[in-house]
Design a protein around this ligand. Structure first.
Ligand code: ATP
Length: 537
């Protein structure tokens, strides 16, 4: 299981409506993606699972939703104006700009080693606030949600009477002017974060840090990531951000490599200290820049010791989009439903060979599109029997449609895929964009259609699941289409349901077909909702 290449995910996402490139009809805007009809459901389900586990189900957490725009002083005292910079180099040959730490001294675009000296580049998007273009009336789009939590620390404390330890959770958009956005939704310029700032008594921070690392790993496992693909990485002293005493990154094995999904940092009293007035009186452990603007001391009054303390902060900070990518990648599988005989594979193999030859000869394709098509094509050729279903994805990659033999390949591959293969997303049911698809065995039979539509309406109005009605093909094809988007259950209404079958006892029952096992069961309509709800977990 799990995707082998990013192309498999990019192509499925576009084909079925999970994720589209942003502003495509105007040539796109690098580093932006739009979530489609299925993507928005998946993303919302992931966010809801996070909110439930971290806010509703805990007794030590509150939630907030702060503004994206904040007073620009926030970013001065948080350290972002001065330190939120990446060293960047320009290629003297092709003029492309790169992050110095991500290229090994060579321009990835043209290969030239003629690069400028690294220069700092601030990743925050600057924006004007108000109608007058006065040089002082600007702010930044927030590059992280965390600062909204620190600035509201007192508000939440005063309005909820919380005692330490407690946390504040927030989800929302963040913006970073990444120099080289890439790898689909892994590194983008506009993304969402799910962040927690957990406030603890100084001295209790290390134990809480450890506990949060365990909690967060368990949560990612609970939404379907496998242990083998999730690797905690303890940052070394020279890798730590200036505010952090210790940081554990949770790395995930994405199709492009093992990379950060979430960071869990012990930020000491740096943040609350930085945003406080009268810092000299607070006994801060962290070194902070003097603050001459804040109107508050961000402290906590400890009723036992009768002292004001600045809490230490543990910050589990995860990216929603990277989470979606991880969940999608983990769930992805191409499976052979039954072995395809050699005489059915042969014509596909030949058509694929012709297609790839035509791609390599084509002069209209960009170098990137050509390389991507050839790499994916050769990967499939390497084990055609196993990977044949990937050809559907290959044919929807950029540039594929324009190849004149693409139609012929599609004509060869589609019937073989339909009969012997399926692409399936093995989502945990609670993450699946659509929980149940209700399918009529015959789309023109008024009795069957009536019952099927009635079932859809009733299940949908139960409020606990997204249910769709689908009559756009024959049953086998509809099952495959639902597998491909990860729908855990299909409910089929047939003649037996109406009592018109051979066995009278099947009246008022439907077939429930399971995505993962492909097993089918007969369930009474009256018990359907309870049955599905229980299986949904
Ligand atoms: P990286 O080193 O990959 O740039 P980071 O260490 O700067 O990431 P943090 O500042 O710790 O990231 O942000 C917390 C989380 O926000 C990251 O673990 C990641 O999931 C997400 N995130 C950060 N930058 C981006 C981005 N450009 N696109 C998508 N998600 C991001």
């Amino acid at each position: 299981m799990a995707a082998q290449t990013m192309e498999q995910l990019v192509s499925l996402s576009k084909r079925r409506g999970f994720i589209f490139p942003g502003s495509a009809i105007y040539g796109g805007l690098q580093g932006t993606y739009d979530y489609g009809p299925l993507g928005v459901e998946l993303k919302n389900n992931l966010k809801l699972a996070w909110w439930r586990a971290n806010v509703w189900e805990r007794e030590d957490m509150e939630g907030i939703d702060a503004s994206i725009l904040m007073n620009k002083l926030t970013w001065r005292y948080s350290g972002h104006e001065e330190t939120f910079v990446d060293p960047m180099v320009d290629c003297k040959g092709c003029k492309m700009r790169w992050r110095a730490d991500q290229i090994a001294g060579k321009c990835p675009s043209c290969g030239s080693a003629e690069l400028t000296e690294p220069r700092p580049f601030n990743l925050m998007f600057k924006t004007q606030v108000g109608p007058v273009p006065d040089p002082e009336s600007f702010s930044y789009l927030r590059p992280e949600t965390a600062q909204g939590i620190f600035l509201n620390f007192k508000h939440v404390l005063d309005s909820t009477s919380r005692k330490l330890p407690f946390g504040i959770a927030q989800m929302g958009k963040s913006f970073r002017n990444e120099i080289t956005p890439r790898n689909f939704i892994f590194r983008v310029r506009e993304f969402e974060q799910m962040e927690i700032e957990f406030f603890v008594k100084p001295g209790e921070d290390e134990a809480w840090h450890q506990k949060w690392v365990e909690d967060r790993i368990n949560w990612w496992l609970s939404v379907g990531l496998s242990k083998d693909n999730l690797v905690p990485y303890h940052q070394k002293a020279n890798e730590l951000a200036h505010y952090a005493k210790a940081t554990v990154d949770l790395l995930y094995r994405f199709p492009h490599g093992l990379e950060e999904l979430e960071g869990i940092a012990n930020r000491t009293d740096y943040d609350l200290g930085s945003h406080s007035k009268d810092q000299g009186s607070l006994g801060l452990k962290a070194r902070v820049a003097p603050n001459s603007h804040s109107t508050e001391k961000l402290t906590y009054f400890d009723a036992e010791t009768k002292q004001h303390v600045v809490p230490f902060v543990i910050e589990p900070s995860a990216g929603v989009d990277r989470g979606v990518l991880a969940v999608l990648s983990e769930a992805y599988a191409e499976e052979q439903v039954k072995p395809a005989p050699a005489d059915r594979l042969k014509p596909v193999e030949e058509a694929l060979g012709t297609f790839l030859k035509s791609v390599s000869r084509n002069e209209k394709l960009t170098a990137d599109a050509k390389n991507a098509l050839l790499a994916e094509g050769e990967r499939i050729e390497g084990a055609l029997g196993e990977r044949l279903a990937s050809i559907t994805g290959l044919l929807s990659m950029p540039g594929a449609e324009g190849i004149e033999v693409a139609k012929k390949l599609r004509g060869q591959v589609d019937p073989v895929v339909d009969e012997f293969y399926r692409t399936v997303l093995h989502f945990k049911p609670r993450l699946a964009p659509i929980k149940v698809a209700v399918l009529p065995l015959k789309k023109n039979h008024p009795g069957i259609v009536d019952v099927a539509k009635g079932i859809r309406r009733r299940l949908q109005s139960s409020g606990s699941m997204r249910v769709v009605y689908d009559d756009t093909g024959a049953i086998g094809k509809l099952y495959r289409r639902q597998d491909e988007i990860g729908t855990p259950f299909c409910v089929t209404v047939d003649f037996d349901t109406l009592g018109d079958g051979k066995d009278a006892s099947t009246k008022d029952t439907v077939t429930v077909r399971h995505r993962d096992s492909m097993a089918q069961e007969r369930v009474a309509i009256s018990e359907l909702e309870g049955y599905l709800r229980e299986k949904m977990g």
